[in-house]
Design a protein around this ligand. Structure first.
Ligand code: BG6
Ligand code: MG
Length: 218
């Protein structure tokens, strides 16, 4: 039996879908006449689709009836899915397969913990479904990161205690969620932004398999 398990966020950790989210939000924002920059898109990382639209409308000082809100939410997602549909295995971020394959070879339990309701179709597109013992996504959680719910469900599915789990995250809210859960947090991104993470790497090319071995207690 293994003592440790690994839980991965999807967007920004395994694949760079932030650029597609940006294009789809930008399209809607342009339509509504609300300025929307790449910097603003940063604030949407790890945040649920519904909350993103609420924020966008707050920026535009707009209040709309529920039916209109739902229609825009659906429009953004359809647009986003247009990009997802064209994704291939090539879009898995560099050296992510190196780590996933290593963990798989050593039969270390692996889970996905994502706020996205599109997590399964994306994993399918890039061919990574078989790596995960559990996939917990935005369709299963009621409380968004930094609430630790998504990671706690994944840990429970992997039959591990929180302290046995290592979480890879690119969002501040995700690092916070992992820390609140009592898991080991590994930030993927900027050290200054993810300063609360136990470890931070720019991306997976910086991650050595010896480090993974150590984390996994192999
Ligand atoms: C998160 C992304 O993983 O999923 C957010 O970082 C996104 O930017 C959220 O808004 C919800 O995604 P989706 O696919 O359900 O719209
Ligand atoms: Mg993310």
């Amino acid at each position: 039996m293994h003592n440790k398990g690994f839980i991965f966020d999807l967007d920004g950790v395994i694949v760079d879908t932030a650029k597609y989210h940006y294009l789809a939000w930008k399209h809607l924002a342009d339509e509504l006449g609300i300025p929307f920059t790449k910097e603003q898109n940063e604030q949407f990382k790890g945040v649920s689709r519904k909350r993103c639209l609420e924020i966008l409308l707050e920026w535009g000082n707009m209040k709309v009836p529920q039916a209109q809100f739902d229609a825009w939410l659906a429009e953004k997602n359809e647009d986003y899915l247009g990009y997802i549909d064209k994704m291939t295995e090539d879009e898995v971020l560099t050296d992510v397969p190196k780590v996933l394959n290593f963990l798989k070879e050593h039969k270390i339990p692996m889970g996905l913990g994502s706020a996205s309701k599109n997590a399964r179709p994306i994993l399918k597109k890039v061919g990574l479904i078989p790596y995960f013992n559990t996939i917990v996504d935005g369709t299963q959680v009621s409380k968004a990161k930094p609430d630790p719910e998504v990671f706690l469900i994944a840990a429970r599915d992997l039959k591990l205690l929180p302290e046995q789990c290592i979480v890879f995250e690119d969002a501040i809210a995700g690092i916070e969620a992992a820390n609140i859960a009592g898991m080991t947090s590994v930030g993927i991104g900027d050290k200054d932004v993810l300063s609360d993470a136990r470890y931070v790497f720019k991306d997976f090319t910086e991650i050595d398999l010896d480090f993974i071995k150590e984390l996994a207690e192999l």
